[in-house]
Design a protein around this ligand. Structure first.
Ligand SMILES: [Fe+2]
Length: 478
């Protein structure tokens, strides 16, 4: 049960959304740990016991609709087995799946043996136990499959970006683990290993893999690439973009008819999640542009009402850091986001938190004379969650005055959750890592762009959701 206090907060925030009054710049100044990476010998990066024990275990969705996972891990000493043993009872593995193994070099670093195994044909809404590794070094984990594709499936996503591997990163991860989130939507910039040189680049990818295992071995992380994944380092002789990232973090891109692991889509419960690449060609006629045009046509809001887009560079950002960097993608894709009524666009890159009103700038062109974003009920809410806590620190300089399109902004570390309740309502919350004081963080009820408006919503009010709506507080019904 939500307290009256929280409902009051929702009402206030909703009135901001609806009335379009000036946004908030939070004055909250949080204490933070230094933005330095956790030392290599810290327990956050502890090696599992045993010869050649699997490490850096992580899973992601393995198909379009949530009946498969890709399990990935690294063995340090020799290839060993790529087999996953799994089943629905703890310690009883009735099924096996066979994966593949490979390694790569990066300058003078040679990676461990990276295993990838597709486990498919799973039942929905089921807890699976799995075991990987050989003999005494075998390790056990579990994961829960999502509900079947259903417009009213409830589901709680976490959103994390720009995580890195500092003590602030650890705080973000620990807070997220307590949030009840079931799947992470990761908006790019994973390890920040590219802040290192030579052999240490690979070493810091390994530590990051061990760091996130505490969450990523037990629930899918949906990957989106950021600039720190590019690793174009000619001085080291490394000029293949995304080399480390692509070797280590597979995505189910063929399932959504994508030709590239950097952009793809998944459906999970009642959500259709589209992942875009800010650092791959996206202008008209490029593969990403053509793919997105087709993928948006495949979205069926009657089956998956929630349309979510992930990208690394925010399209709307009023921080001095990376200001206007998303403008090129905005000019190409924003009109589609409005046409297809995307519910929310999550991005990272800027090391702070910011949320927009529903606005668009699709009437502007270089000669139209209408250069300002305007309120647009069909537009997504744009949310920047680049506040995971990496070694580059916070982006504390917001542009002044706060632009009209900006609803709430604050430079603190944290993560977000999007708790889908049914086809019409989702509870959104931004979670600052450390509060200490009673200061409101950003929370509101997100109404679905397809089912939450117009005639469809009126019909639902009359019928199935009547009881839900009459139980809402008066302030919500006005
Ligand atoms: Fe970035």
């Amino acid at each position: 049960m939500l307290s009256n206090r929280i409902w009051l907060l929702f009402s206030i925030l909703l009135s901001f959304v609806h009335n379009g009054i000036a946004g908030l710049t939070s004055s909250f100044i949080r204490s933070e740990w230094p933005s330095t990476d956790i030392p290599l010998d810290n327990e956050a990066f502890a090696l599992p016991k045993g010869y050649n024990a699997p490490q850096q275990v992580h899973i992601t969705q393995g198909d379009y609709d949530g009946k498969a996972v890709i399990i990935s891990w690294v063995t340090p000493d020799e290839p060993g087995s790529s087999q996953v043993r799994y089943g629905i009872s703890e310690g009883k593995y009735d099924f096996t799946a066979k994966g593949t193994v490979k390694n790569y070099t990066f300058h003078n670093y040679k990676s461990g043996y990276i295993h990838k195994c597709l486990v498919d044909g799973l039942e929905y809404d089921t807890k699976y136990y799995y075991e990987i590794g050989d003999h005494d070094s075998a390790r056990k984990f579990w994961f829960q499959t999502p509900p079947r594709i259903d417009p009213d499936a409830s589901y709680k996503f976490g959103i994390i970006g720009d995580l890195g591997q500092t003590y602030n990163s650890l705080s973000t991860l620990e807070h997220y683990k307590r949030s009840g989130g079931q799947t992470v939507l990761f908006v790019g910039d994973l390890s920040y290993a590219d802040r290192y040189q030579y052999h240490d680049v690979g070493v810091r990818w390994d530590t990051w893999g061990r760091f996130i295992e505490q969450s990523a071995a037990y629930q899918p992380w949906i990957w989106c690439a950021g600039n720190h994944e590019i690793e174009y380092m000619p001085y080291m002789g490394e000029v293949t973009p995304f080399k480390s990232y692509l070797h280590r973090y597979p995505t189910p891109y063929p399932a959504s008819k994508s030709s590239d692991p950097l952009w793809y889509a998944i459906r999970r419960g009642s959500a259709h999640v589209i992942v875009l690449s800010s650092y791959s060609p996206f202008v008209k006629y490029t593969p990403q542009w053509r793919w997105l045009a087709e993928e948006l046509k495949r979205v069926d809001r009657k089956k998956t009402p929630w349309l979510i887009v992930l990208m690394h560079v925010p399209i709307y950002n009023s921080n001095e850091a990376h200001f206007m960097e998303g403008e090129s993608m905005r000019t190409v894709f924003e009109s589609w986001f409005v046409k297809y009524k995307v519910d929310v666009v999550f991005a990272g890159h800027v090391h702070a938190y910011e949320r927009s009103y529903r606005i668009s700038n699709i009437h502007y062109n270089v000669s139209s004379g209408y250069p300002y974003p305007v309120p647009d009920k069909s537009a997504p809410v744009y949310i920047t969650v680049g506040d995971g806590g990496n070694q580059e620190g916070l982006a504390g300089r917001f542009r002044d005055p706060q632009p009209e399109y900006s609803a709430f902004r604050e430079a603190s570390y944290g993560h977000s959750t999007l708790e889908i309740k049914n086809r019409t309502h989702a509870l959104y919350h931004w979670n600052r890592n450390d509060d200490g004081k009673k200061v409101a963080t950003d929370a509101f009820m997100l109404y679905n762009q397809y089912w939450g408006t117009s005639k469809r919503r009126r019909n639902l009010r009359k019928n199935r959701l009547y009881s839900v709506i009459v139980n809402r507080p008066l302030s919500e019904r006005l």
